[in-house]
Design a protein around this ligand. Structure first.
Ligand code: GAL
Length: 654
């Protein structure tokens, strides 16, 4: 794999044509190699139905190509123009309350709208016919951020029709649906599929299996929308041209693994400060990491999207300065843009593309920073790109190794935790992140894997409370010989949403003979305290009372047992805080023979082939000197927002 490319998102339609060659030269001279264009350009290309104005985009492409830049072209389907909506208002999504959402921003379409799918393919094909063989184009981005602005699920009459057809295809008969959903409860039994409604406007909560199927249906619409564009582009493009989509952070509304299966590379949009501000983090964390981001947030998504891209991923939009969309929009530390880019590279990113080249002085994102100010002068991030380029050029190309730890992540389980949270803070993404963060605090690299993945070769597998676990995963795990840790709520539902016949944790009981008899769902502020010699902390949110002949390894201040072990398998029957979880994982990792470094707060490590990267997000200066290796970049003492790269061995260098 080549070491990562630097890219930028560029909107030639925002600037005068005579500026394009100058912009392109600036990019090239800064060491930028890739330019993403076109994702919001539909109204300029086709200002009226069937009337195409290609010349300006031909010229913009020529300016970039003449400067030696490569291009990622986008299909513009995230922003259908006003005339299309006027002609087909049925394209518009309908919100949870049944109100149509209007034209005037973006993503104003429904995935299930067949007429819009045809329009999206028509414009994508027009782009492909024009540019598929353009020599500067190395990849295509399909659409932009599927599902952003709560657009995965729509509740129109037409969506209802499509949902009923989907249900019929899945269940075959109303009797089967009744049996799988348990509709005898509250007298909801259906005689025909035409009696089933959407689950959004019920008097009180709808049947959770009804919701779960609706989430699945909506996810399948995204998969089909993406697959249709991918098929079309593959027919038009050469085989070495890759296809991608730019996914988002903190977002689980559709199954990204399934969408990713139709792409060559998964890319995502990394805005560490925006998501810190509006994420689940404590006020203390929000202040500590205000100008650099949480030490694990971007890393978690890099590892997730590397799995979505089956090993190939990149960052399509990298935050360059303050964003405009969080409640407060901090000014990043000066080094932050290159810190984030280097972190992506450490996790194996093939590309880091900054959003955007120049700040546009008008419209919704006029307060969103860029690499250049709105008047064309360099913005604070510009000089960081130059340093980043110099640093990247010092790195030998590497192959990424399998990490020692795998963490299972499952989208349908995320949906289940949203549909029936049962406690505050139940979202499975946050639980997965919590386990991830605690393993990384021990200096370990993690691969995020979907539940169907092959597990051979991992020393430790973490199932962070995955609600719906395929029984085969348990067999795969046993065969792999890995140590395993299961979090609370693991395997607590089957794929229809039933509680398992043998109670939770379902199939995991073949590895750990225990079952959940009661759940203590805790309001915010409630906790169970654990005070043992090496294990101190609290259990919050969720606690399970267990029946088993195994002894609990710890007990809490309310006489509850916590942490059960059967040989190499561990079950944590509650949600431990960071300190407690780190100490438990530390011991489990030691037993699994993993090389653990308990890191100072805010310090993180990541290995890429023979390179070791060290990142400091803490406001305190941190020191880290590995046992072996030569420092290529940085030093052993790092201030907040600085990194070091050590060459430890040449084994994997190409
Ligand atoms: C992304 C989006 C971009 C831009 C950016 C601002 O979500 O793809 O078009 O809006 O956010 O941070």
């Amino acid at each position: 794999m080549p070491i990562s490319h630097i890219g930028v998102c560029y909107y030639p339609e925002h600037w005068e044509p005579q500026e394009w060659p100058h912009h392109a030269r600036l990019m090239r001279d800064a060491g930028i190699e890739l330019v993403r264009i076109g994702e919001f350009a539909w109204s300029r290309i086709e200002p009226a139905p069937g009337e195409f104005h290609w010349q300006w985009l031909d010229d913009a492409l020529a300016s970039l190509a003449n400067a030696g830049l490569s291009v990622i072209m986008c299909t513009p389907t995230a922003c259908p123009p006003a005339w299309l909506i006027q002609r087909s208002p049925d394209t518009l999504p309908v919100d949870h309350h049944g109100a149509p959402r209007q034209f005037g921003s973006r993503r104003h379409y429904r995935f299930a709208c067949a007429a819009y799918r045809d329009e999206a393919l028509r414009i994508s094909d027009a782009f492909a016919q024009r540019y598929a063989s353009h020599p500067a184009i190395v990849g295509w981005q399909l659409d932009n951020e599927y599902g952003c602005h709560a657009t995965t699920r729509s509740y129109s009459d037409d969506d209802l029709k499509a949902f009923r057809a989907w249900l019929e295809h899945k269940h075959g008969s109303p009797a089967t649906l009744n049996e799988r959903w348990g509709t005898v409860f509250w007298s909801q039994e259906y005689v025909g599929f035409d009696e089933v409604q959407l689950p959004n406007q019920t008097v009180t909560e709808a049947n959770p299996s009804h919701w779960w199927d609706f989430y699945r249906f909506a996810s399948d619409q995204v998969v089909a929308f993406n697959a249709a564009q991918a098929t079309l582009l593959r027919q038009r493009c050469d085989s070495e041209v890759w296809l991608t989509h730019n996914f988002m952070g903190n977002f689980t509304d559709f199954d990204h693994f399934t969408v990713g299966a139709d792409l060559d590379v998964a890319t995502w949009d990394s805005y560490p400060l925006g998501f810190l501000d509006q994420g689940w983090f404590s006020d203390e964390e929000k202040l500590t990491y205000r100008r650099i981001g949480h030490p694990d947030w971007a890393a978690f998504h890099h590892d997730l999207y590397r799995a979505v891209g089956r090993g190939r991923f990149g960052v399509m939009e990298q935050q360059p300065g303050p964003v405009n969309w969080a409640e407060s929009n901090a000014l990043p530390l000066p080094s932050a843009p290159r810190f984030w880019a280097m972190e992506a590279i450490a996790h194996g990113a093939e590309l880091v593309s900054f959003f955007r080249f120049q700040q546009y002085p008008q419209a919704q994102e006029q307060m969103h920073a860029a690499l250049r100010l709105s008047n064309g002068d360099p913005a604070p991030a510009w000089s960081q790109i130059l340093t980043l380029r110099a640093h990247i050029d010092q790195l030998p190309a590497q192959k990424i190794d399998r990490a020692p730890v795998a963490l299972v992540f499952d989208y349908p389980s995320c949906w289940s935790s949203e549909i029936q949270p049962h406690c505050p803070g139940a979202w499975q993404l946050e639980w997965a992140f919590h386990f991830y963060s605690c393993v990384r605090a021990l200096g370990l690299d993690v691969d995020i894997v979907h539940p169907g993945s092959e597990l051979t070769g991992y020393r430790l597998v973490i199932v962070p409370g995955t609600i719906c676990l395929p029984p085969e995963l348990v067999g795969e795990l046993a065969a792999s010989g890995a140590t395993a840790v299961f979090g609370p709520r693991s395997a607590s539902r089957d794929s229809d949403g039933r509680l398992p016949k043998n109670l939770a944790p379902g199939a995991v009981q073949t590895l750990l003979p225990l079952r959940v008899e009661a759940v203590d769902s805790m309001r915010s502020g409630a906790q169970r305290q654990i005070e043992a010699a090496r294990f101190r902390g609290t259990v919050t949110r969720w606690y399970e009372q267990i029946s088993t002949h195994l002894d609990a390894r710890l007990s809490d201040d309310q006489n509850g047992g916590f942490w059960y072990q059967n040989g190499a398998y561990h079950y944590l029957n509650g949600y431990p805080d960071q300190a407690l979880l780190v100490s438990i994982l530390n011991q489990i990792c030691d037993q699994a023979g993993l090389d653990v470094h308990k890191l100072d707060e805010g310090l993180r490590l990541r290995r890429l082939g023979g390179l070791l990267f060290v990142f400091n997000s803490s406001p305190r200066n941190r020191r880290f000197h590995p046992h072996q290796g030569r420092c290529l970049i940085g030093s052993e003492e790092l201030s907040q927002g600085e990194y070091a790269v050590w060459l430890q061995h040449e084994r994997n260098c190409d």
